[in-house]
Design a protein around this ligand. Structure first.
Ligand code: P6P
Length: 334
């Protein structure tokens, strides 16, 4: 059996398709790969060392920061700054964006946005969590400090996006706009191998993922769609099933493979939804569309078309199999 291609080999082969490429994106992915390995190691022993539990600080969202949130943010930031290929970063764990102005970073083309450890409240109960990243070319002059406009770009302009899921196995799933590929980490060798080439998501599915504890606060269209899922095929051998882990990357990854829809609607508690447009919804929506799925914030509101105005802005989020998102959109349009 042929040894599968590694992430590093895949990135280099992908770059070869673009003769004009400078190799900067290749270096950027190498830094993401390195940081992912370091974070993965800490997560895998989180129960064993005093690194689990609240760091005693709050992040930009006023949420209790877990120590691993802080650790992951620091590792990705350091790895990206060290390679001189990113001129700035925005993160869920940083109140404002950060300019990398050491060395060659000032002359770099790319900005990175990330949720360094999404779903981190699950860490203490050993549920899988993930890192989500989004990459753009800067729009402000090269060599100058980054600006808010560099980060507040519509998701359709992403150069690349992806996630690392720290689950029963650790995987990196990403796209540079030419389809989605998944790489599984072999901890014995410290190597990511191409395990899921050319990932596509089923056009339909039977899994819906939503926190039904908020049901009474959902918009009517969402309530009608959930009721539709509960009643449609209920007496057949192919009923819908509800699966919600409470970790976006984990719920999305399962639905990407099996077919399904993830929903985080607006509610009285989160009038604009809970998830952040820039570093959660846009990268996940980019992957979903690259795999043949869809992502909307509401009827007629494609996530990737939204022009962001704030770094930590929230939007309602519905993402997954195209036919399921279309069906939901019909209910939202009523
Ligand atoms: P709730 C984690 O905090 C997160 O941002 C997503 O990963 C997850 O899907 C969602 O929030 C869970 O939110 O309100 O259902 O606990």
């Amino acid at each position: 059996m042929q040894t599968p291609i590694t992430l590093g080999e895949f990135i280099i082969e992908s770059q070869a398709e673009y003769p004009e490429a400078t190799g900067a994106l290749t270096s950027l992915f190498s830094s993401l790969r390195l940081a992912a390995k370091v974070v993965n190691r800490e997560i895998n022993k989180a129960g064993l060392v005093d690194i689990v539990g609240a760091a005693g600080n709050e992040n930009a969202q006023g949420e209790q920061q877990q120590k691993l949130d802080v650790f992951a943010n620091d590792k990705f930031k350091t790895a990206l700054a060290a390679r001189g290929v990113a001129c700035g970063i925005a993160s869920e764990e940083e109140d404002n964006y950060v300019t990398f102005d050491e060395g060659h970073n000032k002359d770099a083309d790319y900005v990175v946005l990330m949720d360094p450890l999404d779903g981190s409240s699950n860490i203490d109960v050993n549920v899988s969590v993930g890192t989500i990243f989004s990459i753009y070319r800067r729009v402000s002059p090269v060599g100058s400090p980054v600006t808010l406009e560099d980060f507040c770009q519509p998701g359709k302009d992403q150069v690349a996006a992806g996630y690392i899921i720290y689950g029963s196995s650790t995987m990196m799933v990403y796209s540079t706009g030419n389809g989605v590929n998944g790489f599984t980490f072999d901890p014995s060798l410290g190597v990511f191998y191409l395990s899921h080439p050319k990932m596509t998501t089923p056009t339909s599915g039977k899994t819906y993922s939503v926190n039904e504890g908020n049901y009474v606060r959902f918009p009517q269209g969402v309530k009608k769609y959930i009721k539709y899922c509960q009643e449609e095929n209920a007496e057949t051998n192919r009923p819908y099933t509800s699966r919600y882990i409470g970790s976006l990357v984990s719920d999305f990854h399962r639905n990407l493979i099996t077919g399904g829809i993830y929903m985080y609607p607006s509610s009285s508690r989160y009038p604009n939804g809970k998830l952040r447009l820039l570093y959660e919804c846009n990268p996940i929506a980019f992957l979903a569309e690259q795999a043949g799925g869809k992502a909307i914030a509401g009827a007629g509101q494609r996530i990737l078309d939204i022009r962001p105005t704030e770094l930590h802005q929230r939007v309602p989020f519905f993402v997954g199999s195209a036919n399921m998102v279309d069906k939901l959109e019909d209910f939202l349009s009523e």
